[in-house]
Design a protein around this ligand. Structure first.
Ligand SMILES: *[C@@H]1O[C@H](CO)[C@@H](O)[C@H](O)[C@H]1NC(C)=O
Length: 470
């Protein structure tokens, strides 16, 4: 063992003596177990216990520091740095964490330090500079150009005389739609009613959030996944679940989607244009759910504060909408004109880019906005998007769409998926599914997109007029 590690080991031992208390919560047990493993030299093994303890008690500044010490010893320096900052944020006079910051700074370059400090500051609006910790970042957050999304009212979309909105609906511009969820029964989407209606639904569950590209889901039913929001526990071997960043991705099956509608989800006509072709292509082959699940066509997304999706473009070239049911979600959206400035999926944290590492990001020109409960967001094919939940229980419903503008590229993407010589990319091309997709491509090719849309809108307008005259 090298000497810095020995010093840290002593610090760790001291922490054991200082932090042992009489109460036995599960976090307490996890922390004890972590210390035992660390003492025996199994640092890697101790990590998940330290992380579990911090997940259980995120405000325990000593445990947060202990986790940082262990991460520093196994070489996860960036993470260790943010733990020491958090520990000092929780207890500014905790000299042990301050010493650990100084120790860490001997292992990282000043610019690495400043960047991790900036990331930590930006990650939580409650974070601020820590007294006595230098150097400080000169700036945090975005330095590239962003603007708010255009806001379109549902009323105006239904007004055939409004020329300006014609280009929105399912067009080539992203927008926020207000007034389209007025008829939703939001109470049907409470945690308890979701559990009673859909408790058995199979979901992908990310206790560590989805902020990095290389994340793999755990699988559970919705009931168990939601339990973790209230009582965040569990030990995760392969991921760092120390923060309460749980993200649930529920790939909604056809019967569940119907049930969501029955209990109160009321989608505007342009976001339901996929119903008829999905049923024509896949029902006779009994492949509706396979299509929906494998493509993540329709999802309910539930996440805690800070959880979100890393920056990426959808591979299928599909268009999407998302209805914000509960809580607020921040969105960063960029057209494909920005490809050059975006590098690879997951490279740039659009909310706080590392401009030194990715200098083109300074030239980005994008949208950044907060979508609140009761609003919907629409974005066309090929748009970069990154999201972050801003509330402890944030829920949205998303759907994918084929439109006049994207049906040709989507058809090509599905051809690639179904070409077995190309290997698995998004889903395992199964014969029946590809047969259904071929049928869809034919339907999309023949469809009168604009006329069908106008007819749908007309129907809603007539329905509303009828309703208001009653
Ligand atoms: C047309 O729609 C836009 C977007 O919702 C709205 O701002 C504008 O006032 C509408 N124009 C008319 C004439 O209603």
């Amino acid at each position: 063992m090298s000497s810095p590690s020995n010093t840290l080991f002593l610090i760790l031992l001291l922490v054991i003596l200082i932090s042992s208390t009489s109460s036995t919560t599960s976090g307490e047990d996890l922390h004890k177990q972590a210390l035992t493993l660390a003492k025996s030299g199994d640092l890697q093994g101790s990590l998940k216990y330290f992380r579990g303890a911090v997940r259980d008690e995120p405000t325990n500044h000593k445990w947060v520091n202990d986790l940082g010490v262990t991460e520093m010893r196994v070489g996860e320096l960036k993470k260790a740095g943010t733990r020491f900052l958090t520990s000092l944020h929780l207890s500014p006079s905790y000299s042990r964490a301050l010493k650990n910051v100084q120790q860490l700074q001997t292992f990282v370059s000043p610019s690495e330090w400043v960047h991790l400090y900036a990331e930590w500051l930006e990650a939580d609006p409650g974070h601020g500079f820590i007294e006595g910790v230098e150097p400080r970042p000169l700036s945090t957050g975005q330095r590239h150009k962003t603007k708010n999304l255009p806001v379109v009212t549902y009323e105006s979309l239904l007004d055939p005389g409004n020329e300006t909105v014609a280009e929105f609906i399912l067009g080539a511009h992203p927008y926020i739609l207000v007034g389209a969820m007025d008829h939703w029964d939001i109470s049907a989407f409470s945690e308890s009613s979701l559990v009673s209606e859909f408790g058995d639904a199979r979901v992908d569950y990310y206790p560590q959030g989805m902020k990095e590209e290389s994340v793999h889901p755990f699988f559970s039913d919705l009931r168990d996944a939601l339990k973790n929001f209230e009582d965040p526990d569990g030990l995760y071997d392969t991921v760092d679940a120390s923060s309460r960043n749980t993200y649930i991705q529920w790939n909604v099956r056809a019967a569940e989607w119907e049930r969501l509608r029955l209990i109160g989800m009321d989608l505007p006509p342009m976001f339901r244009t996929d119903d008829s072709w999905i049923s024509s292509c896949f029902s006779p082959l009994d492949r509706v759910d396979e299509f929906l699940v494998k493509t993540h066509w329709r999802m309910v997304l539930i996440g805690q504060t800070g959880a979100g999706m890393f920056n990426h473009k959808d591979t299928l070239q599909s268009t999407s909408f998302q209805a914000q049911v509960k809580g607020r979600k921040r969105w960063h959206l960029c057209s494909s004109e920005q490809d050059r400035n975006m590098y690879k999926a997951g490279d740039i944290n659009a909310f706080n880019p590392d401009y030194e590492k990715f200098p083109n990001a300074l030239d980005l020109d994008c949208f950044d906005d907060v979508v609140e409960s009761g609003m919907m967001v629409y974005y066309p094919a090929n748009y970069w998007h990154q999201t972050r939940n801003l509330d402890p229980f944030t829920m949205s419903v998303s759907g994918t769409l084929v439109t006049d503008g994207n049906n040709e590229p989507i058809s090509k993407e599905f051809d690639r998926e179904c070409d077995t010589s190309k290997g698995v990319r998004i889903f395992n091309p199964e014969e029946k599914l590809c047969e259904g997709l071929n049928k869809c491509k034919e339907i999309w090719r023949m469809k009168s997109w604009k006329e069908d849309m106008a007819a749908d809108v007309e129907k809603v307008v007539r329905m509303r007029k009828g309703a208001s005259e009653l």
